[in-house]
Design a protein around this ligand. Structure first.
Ligand SMILES: [Zn+2]
Length: 246
């Protein structure tokens, strides 16, 4: 092979390596995103858990209120019973009339208390529905999360497999490149996330600086490795990728 073909081969391998490295970085991003996405989804079902706790607390409050109202009703019933008993002790018509008035008042109080107890039963029924709805929401959130997690973990496993395959290809490609060249590539990759870039219209497409005319001429002659003097990336002409070797 001529030195030009040789050099072209180096560039092709480096571009290939660069493609693999980009795909690896992409698949790594996807793999890394899975735990974050899962955590954010899990916060949704945490919200549903909090909603259920709040509904249960409210219901307990409603039930406590019912206890109070029932005690109140019992005490009014007792009061009414006593008033009825006292009626026998009336010593005059006037006293009897007063007592009847008292009994009528107590009856009214008792039926008010009964009303409140009945109303509170309705409130509790609503509270129970609130809890049931919150339970259903939590159950749905859990199922949704489980389905999502299963999908996410399957996808992650695929990305990991892909990543492992890329690792293997990467090693193969690297074995075909000289260590000195790899060092230059790796240094630029470490600094910028890419080790080799095209030159278009005499501009490095990595840092967008103009390349020196001398470097441009050496690049066209295609016999040696040219490095951007600004960003230290390896440079190539896009035409190299299309050219057929002589
Ligand atoms: Zn550059």
């Amino acid at each position: 092979m001529s030195p030009v073909d040789d050099q072209r081969q180096v560039i092709l391998q480096l571009v290939n390596l660069s493609d693999i490295d980009r795909q690896r970085a992409d698949s790594q991003l996807l793999i890394d995103s899975v735990p974050r996405v899962l955590a954010s989804r899990s916060r949704d079902s945490d919200q549903a858990t909090l909603g259920l706790e709040a509904a249960r607390t409210k219901l307990m409050g409603f039930q406590a209120r019912l206890k109070t109202l029932e005690l109140e009703l019992a005490s009014r019933e007792e009061g009414l019973g006593k008033a009825n008993g006292n009626l026998l002790t009336a010593k005059s018509n006037q006293e009897y009339t007063l007592m009847m008035g008292e009994i009528a008042r107590k009856k009214e109080e008792k039926s008010e208390a009964e009303e409140q107890v009945l109303e509170q039963f309705d409130v509790i029924k609503q509270g129970e529905k609130m809890v049931a709805d919150a339970e259903a929401r939590l159950e749905a959130a859990k199922l949704e999360y489980q389905a999502f997690e299963k999908r996410a973990r399957t996808e992650m496993a695929e990305h990991q497999k892909e990543h492992a395959a890329l690792d293997e290809r990467r090693e193969q490609v690297r074995r075909g490149i000289k260590p000195d060249t790899l060092r230059i590539y790796d240094r630029a990759y470490g600094a910028h996330g890419s080790g080799i870039v095209a030159v278009e219209s005499k501009v490095c497409q990595g840092c967008f600086c103009n390349i020196l005319p001398n470097d441009g001429a050496r690049l066209i002659s295609g016999r040696e490795l040219i490095i951007c003097r600004q960003c230290q990336r390896i440079l190539y002409l896009p035409s190299v990728l299309q050219a057929t070797p002589q």
